[in-house]
Design a protein around this ligand. Structure first.
Ligand SMILES: *[C@@H]1O[C@H](CO)[C@@H](O)[C@H](O)[C@H]1NC(C)=O
Ligand SMILES: *[C@@H]1O[C@H](CO)[C@@H](O)[C@H](O)[C@H]1NC(C)=O
Length: 509
């Protein structure tokens, strides 16, 4: 019994935020380890990715052969091409000639890396804000969000593309990037280009933005927002701080950064790992006595996180292993639940089935339209995931107060049924964060977030900071609650989310 339950949960993956287990440090003496198990980090990450029903041919996008001369990647510094794919349904756009683009950018602070991106012009107005989306993992391509969450179109079961009535391109000029290098269609011929920390990640993103705005001078004056999900709770504060620093130092083109939004993110691990048992108890996944006994593992996890902060490197990998064992204990008890959405169960290893993404992007007509030539598509990279292990337990909350001080808007939102980056842990760090409005934020009222006249979430805000718990949603809010997510983005960017019950209608076309 014990060994069955252990083997079932020996490999936990998260879409965009993978957790894997270290059974050697967590197994109680009564538990028997499966003999055939291979717990090398790479094997773990590969299992995690298979759990999404994704089977990338390569573990990282390192292309050592010749790049197809027809590929955009074979050309200049930044090369962008307009593409058209057959689309079903109605765009609901007032703009006749919708610009959908795909491009490659040669990353200057790399040996040979090229970053792939999609850029979708707004369906409403060129003057709409520019929004960039980052998917987590670490190591998953942003195509997961594009095709299943907030992109202009979704993949139907028969592999047709269908307009998404709630695509975020309805209210923004929307960019999706594949990053860090080695993820999605982004690749290098040199393995040294795989990133290990937020400094590497945020510098590459900053360089990309500079090139993007140089290529699109008409968008420079627009408001700019950074958004993303899950492990992007790490990327986003670092990226925002990098842009802010570049602006202050007048490094390049001034980027009109107005704020950032993190959905079900991992930002402050110490606080968020502590919240697992409380959330699990609250949702009745575990009993009070489970809660109390699992909490005995907390001091070791917290101590390890402190060591990671001061020593870095291996101490961070150790903290990852120590703390993840808390999560694994909960899963041992909770059974086959889908930890991205505890209302659902996982069948075998499979919690979500995103296999159509790979099938779609590997079609020759699609590859030709996107101009990717012979570049592989690595939906999720276990190598990139591994490389970022030393970054995992870093606390990215510490950089946020300075950004709030300079009036950047910060929105932290979370679907209420996600366990892995649950709303409680996010709410806890948001409340614990020391900034000039901390006290007022703490005492401000929680108000309903209203969509179509009904409560779609609960919201709290003060000044530039907003926290939103989204009802009836798991880890991927724009997938589960597309309308509420689009309205959230629209009204937050317009400065209205803070208004109690703000209800700016977004009608489907
Ligand atoms: C494919 O699926 C879409 C959406 O369900 C549908 O509108 C379309 O007719 C289907 N196409 C074919 C060829 O069956
Ligand atoms: C996943 O989805 C694809 C496409 O709809 C389907 O062919 C396949 O059988 C599904 N896989 C599983 C394991 O359900």
């Amino acid at each position: 019994m014990a060994s069955t339950s252990l083997s079932k949960h020996s490999f936990l993956f998260s879409l965009l935020l993978f957790f894997s287990t270290s059974p050697f440090s967590t197994a109680s003496p009564s538990k028997v380890l499966p003999l055939t198990a291979d717990f090398s980090p790479r094997t773990r990450a590969e299992r995690l990715i298979r759990g999404l029903n994704l089977f990338p041919k390569e573990t990282v996008n390192i292309e050592t052969g010749d790049v197809d001369p027809s590929s955009l990647a074979s050309r200049g510094k930044i090369v962008e091409r307009r593409f058209q794919l057959p689309l079903l349904g109605k765009s609901g756009s007032s703009i006749q000639d919708l610009g959908h683009h795909a491009g490659y950018y040669r990353l200057p602070h790399s040996h040979a890396a090229r970053m792939f991106y999609f850029f979708f012009e707004s369906r409403s107005s060129t003057n709409d804000p520019v929004v960039i989306w980052l998917t987590g993992g670490p190591g998953c391509g942003s195509e997961l969000a594009l095709f299943y969450e907030n992109g202009p179109f979704h993949i139907a079961n028969n592999l047709s593309l269908v307009w998404n009535d709630y695509g975020w391109d309805k209210v923004s000029n929307l960019i999706f990037v594949d990053q860090p290098t080695g993820t999605g269609f982004s690749y290098s011929s040199d393995e040294r280009d795989v990133r290990h920390d937020e400094q590497g990640v945020s510098n590459d993103l900053y360089d990309f933005l500079q090139a993007f705005f140089a290529a699109h001078p008409e968008l420079v004056k627009n408001d700019f927002y950074i958004t993303g999900e899950s492990y992007a709770g790490h990327y986003i504060p670092a990226f925002a701080a990098r842009v802010h620093q570049g602006n202050k130092a007048k490094e390049g083109i001034h980027i009109n950064l107005k704020g950032f939004a993190i959905g079900n993110g991992l930002t402050d691990p110490e606080i968020q790992y502590e919240a697992y048992t409380d959330y699990a108890l609250y949702m009745r996944l575990i009993t009070q006595s489970d809660h109390d006994s699992i909490n005995e593992m907390l001091p070791e996890c917290k101590q390890a996180i402190k060591q990671c902060a001061t020593q870095g490197g291996n101490a961070c990998v150790t903290s990852y292993e120590d703390c993840t064992s808390i999560f694994n204990k909960i899963m041992d008890i909770a059974g086959d639940i889908n930890y991205y959405d505890i209302r659902k169960i996982c069948e075998g290893d499979l919690c979500y089935n995103f296999s159509n993404l790979e099938t779609f992007l590997n079609q020759k007509t699609v590859r030709d339209a996107l101009g990717v030539g012979n570049i592989e598509f690595v939906s999720c990279s276990s190598t990139v995931y591994d490389a970022m292990l030393t970054d995992w337990m870093k606390n990215l909350e510490t950089g946020i107060p300075a950004l709030l001080e300079d009036e950047l808007k910060v929105l932290i939102y979370a679907g209420e049924y996600d366990l892995i980056c649950n709303w409680l842990g996010n709410s806890n760090w948001v409340h614990a964060m020391e900034w000039f409005g901390q006290k007022q934020f703490g005492t401000s009222a929680t108000v309903p977030y209203v969509v179509d006249g009904a409560e779609a979430g609960l919201m709290k805000s003060h000044g530039p900071l907003t926290f939103l718990k989204v009802h009836n949603a798991g880890h991927m809010v724009p997938m589960d609650q597309p309308k509420a997510a689009l309205q959230m983005l629209k009204s937050w960017m317009a400065g209205q989310v803070a208004m109690a019950g703000a209800d700016s209608e977004i009608a489907p076309s």
